[in-house]
Design a protein around this ligand. Structure first.
Ligand SMILES: Nc1ncnc2c1ncn2[C@@H]1O[C@H](COP(=O)(O)OP(=O)(O)OP(=O)(O)O)[C@@H](O)[C@H]1O
Ligand SMILES: [Mg+2]
Length: 315
């Protein structure tokens, strides 16, 4: 059985390392990584590296799209993209040695036509019979993608395939209405969805319980260095793993989703999925690029995750 990842808003990610950025001067850079990116593709990479069988779909276009597909396939990901009219965008991640900071520069996503949306719907429909899970990732901006996500969630459920949704804005809203099995948010995404600030744990709990009340079986909230909260409506779990050295935060959320999806695909319970998610998010902080985690590293981190039930008997 395979895991499907759907990436409507892909990118070619280039990671550069520079000594220091200076205005009006040429800067010599070394290329650290060049890969097929975009949220679902990063999740696909992390999943394959954990040992899962993955089919990546979504859109790709132009020479950049061809490059992305070639790189993803070379990583052992089965590629089933819909080739669209516009070029896949390029994202630039610049690591500056002098400051230790990374500058992440994202071009806007490309437009897609109604025909291209229709083609992606058909592609996912065709892939669903062989899928254990379907992951819908990214692109909160377009209404067409929002409708597509909602439709895929409903179709997948009709076929008994659980959907995991990691999105924002309109696509998060529409996707939740279709009641996916799991929703993974970060603080900004969930706060935007519920319409109140999430500084306090009590507000975070309330927001996750709102998702659950809307028919989401597992509601998850990742909080960067403060780890993951997730609930099945009965128990609220917290998983945290503090890393002494962080070299990269790009793709932590994608790696976390991959860890949860991997564990769930193996029949794990929620606390075990939380542990895997946090270990994979933490592993991603140690590597350049999004989702380039090592399974051996994840296995070392798993027992170090501090896991506790924050609340029980919520339902
Ligand atoms: N600085 C950090 N130290 C330790 N773990 C981290 C750190 N940043 C992220 N993580 C781990 O990765 C998980 C996901 O990170 P985060 O909450 O930033 O996701 P996100 O906002 O969805 O990220 P993305 O930019 O990939 O979408 C966290 O829950 C945590 O487990
Ligand atoms: Mg995220």
């Amino acid at each position: 059985m395979t895991i499907i990842t759907v990436t409507p808003n892909p990118a070619v990610d280039k990671v550069l390392r520079v000594p220091q950025l200076r205005p009006d001067e040429a800067t010599r850079a070394t290329v650290q990584a060049l890969y097929g990116g975009g949220k679902g593709n990063n999740v696909a990479r992390a999943l394959v590296r954990l040992g899962a069988k993955v089919v990546a779909t979504g859109f790709q276009g132009g020479h950049t799209g061809a490059l992305a597909m070639e790189r993803l396939a070379a990583e052992g990901i089965q590629t089933e993209f819909v080739v669209c009219r516009e070029d896949t965008r390029t994202s630039l991640l610049i690591y500056e040695e002098a400051s230790g900071h990374t500058y992440a520069i994202y071009e806007p996503g490309h437009a897609v036509t109604p025909e291209e949306i229709e083609a992606l719907r058909d592609r996912v429909e065709r892939l669903l019979p062989q899928a254990a899970l379907c992951l819908l990732c990214g692109s909160g901006q377009s209404d067409a993608v929002a409708a597509l996500f909602a439709d895929i969630v409903a179709r997948a459920r009709a076929r008994g395939v659980p959907c995991l949704l990691d999105s924002s804005g309109a696509a998060l809203r529409a996707g939740i209405e279709a009641r996916p099995f799991l929703v993974k948010t970060n603080l900004a995404e969930l706060s935007d969805y519920v319409g109140y600030p999430l500084a306090e744990l009590s507000a975070q709990r309330q927001a996750l319980m709102e998702l659950h009340a809307r028919g989401v079986a597992i509601a998850a909230l990742s909080r960067g260095p403060r780890g993951l909260l997730a609930t099945d409506g009965n128990t609220l779990w917290e998983g945290v793993l503090t890393m002494s050295r962080v070299v990269n935060v790009v793709g932590c959320g994608d790696s976390l989703l991959a860890g949860m999806a991997y564990a769930l695909s193996q029949g794990a319970d929620l606390p075990t999925a939380v542990r895997w998610g946090v270990a994979c998010g933490a592993a991603n902080t140690q590597v350049v690029g999004a989702g380039f985690i090592e399974r051996s590293e994840v296995e070392k981190l798993l027992p170090a995750v501090v896991l506790r039930p924050v609340d029980t008997g919520l339902g």
